[in-house]
Ligand binder design. Sequence first.
Ligand code: LLP
Length: 413
Amino acid sequence: MEYRDHALYMEGVALAEIAERAKTPCYVYSAGEILQNFRAYNDSFGDVPHSVCYAVKANGNLALLKLLAEAGAGFDIVSGGELFRVLQAGGDPRKIVFSGVGKTMAEIEQALDAGIFVFNCESEPELGLINALAHRRGVKARVAVRVNPDVDAATHAYISTGRLAHKFGIDIADAPSLYERTRQLPNLLIEGVSCHIGSQLMDPAPVMEAVDRVLGLIDRLRASGFDIKHVDLGGGLAIAYKPEDVAPAIAAFVGDLRARVAGRGLHVFVEPGRSIVGNAGVLLTRVLYRKRTGEKEFVIVDGAMNDLIRPALYGAYHEIVPLRQCGRGKMKVDVVGPVCETGDFLAREREMEEVLPGDVLAICSAGAYGFAQSSNYNARGRAAEVLVEANKWRIVRKRETFEDLIRNEIDPA
Ligand code: LLP
């Protein structure tokens, strides 16, 4: 995004035009930025056999999935719903990895029928269930065990996953004996090891530490006769939310991974979500009112915590900029939505450009875990979503209507 003549543009489109026609609140994504980030991953692996499996949970809009599928991406899914989305978008099932601690029987059957590449398994009973369901179908299911390397990812507590106190994976120390026991499960192809230690990782060092531990495990498994063919290193790379933040560059990060796996004959999988779509999206919201209480100055906007819950849930920072630079000077405000909770804020004590009712603001870095975590709280229809491609834009998800809100409520009469 950049200002041209004081108007904010995404690629070749003035965001004000989208706000006017698609209305607000509204998510807008840049196709160019998404593809650039995907290619940064894909190209940086060079001649190392690899699969970049986009983490659908970050943003599952069909248009984005289609864009990525056409660019050659695989997908990391965590539910039957995400599998359905990927298939609807034309994604290749043979490039799907299925993660998650609580896969249901129905989801495993759905994934077996679709022919996904691999299940990243997180417990011994899950391995047993997949084996049984594969047996019933007369097929073999490829599995990797997700191991927990017990490293501190140094990120927000809710999205840190690599310590033994977390529900994810199995303790890396227990992995060799678990792999041994899986030899008894004839309908499994035990060909991988997977790991994911957390999200919004500003420091790649803990990831590299985890990678080294996982590679150590792979050496040991291979020495015991397991034909480990691939390693899945998860997602987690951070993006810059604040202008002064410096997030690790994708190419440098992949370069470090490459250096570690080199010469082992492993196919490398990664599962990035945020670093592909996060900075490719904004939430547009219009200023409704300004008001001052005894202590504070508020900017009340038409977007709310139901649209973007990250500030309320994680205390997350999202940069907020006006679509038109008016040079009115600075103000220090809380930017809040219409939802009836004090937790409904998009920014607190924020120093930003002075804005007035009617102005439209862009809440930046909202492409990942923005729409995906939105809800109908306060009976608010979910926002529209728009995709920008060069000089064109189109609505890729309609704003929800009042009828959409009640569609599934069956009148008992
Ligand atoms: N793979 C696995 C197994 C994961 O659990 C996740 C994210 C990813 C890949 C993708 O991670 P990413 O590259 O996007 O960091 N709602 C939170 C983030 C939750 C992340 C959950 N797992 C937020 O808004 O910050």
